[in-house]
Design a protein. Sequence first.
Length: 168
Amino acid sequence: MQQDFKQSRLKDLEKIIGKEQDRLFRFAYMRVGNREDAEDIVQDVFLKLFASDENLHHVRNLEHYLLRSISNCCLDYHRKKTFDIVSIDEAGQVAAETEDQQIHDEYLRINKILATLSDEQAEIVRLKCYDGLKFREIAKILEIPEATAKSRYRYAIAHLQQNINENL
């Protein structure tokens, strides 16, 4: 009986990995900026999901569950990790030596733009603009009221527009 349950869970997990792995990797990468760490985070979330006692069929929205789990792991990553200060030019050189040049350039470009925002506002802009989520979905993932997600997004966009106008 236990073996059948594990086999069923493994098949469910294989379907999820096949369908969501690339999207979840990009989601993690845009938050940590490093291929190995993003892959580790996604893999850890999948392993925890497999090892948990919860039945996957009881999770109402698996996509939100996975995004929230990865978002939490990325926050933990930033809390635990000590970073060496590297200039943007040096970061570009490191990425040029890897196969991830395109996604790394995108990460640097987006983070440079979002660096002027608070962490909360930047995450909402990423979720809305980059990940294409609706405010209702963002509110569930971040566990905040939908109105808060909308107002943070509105203030973030106003701030970004002001920065653009000042730099013109």
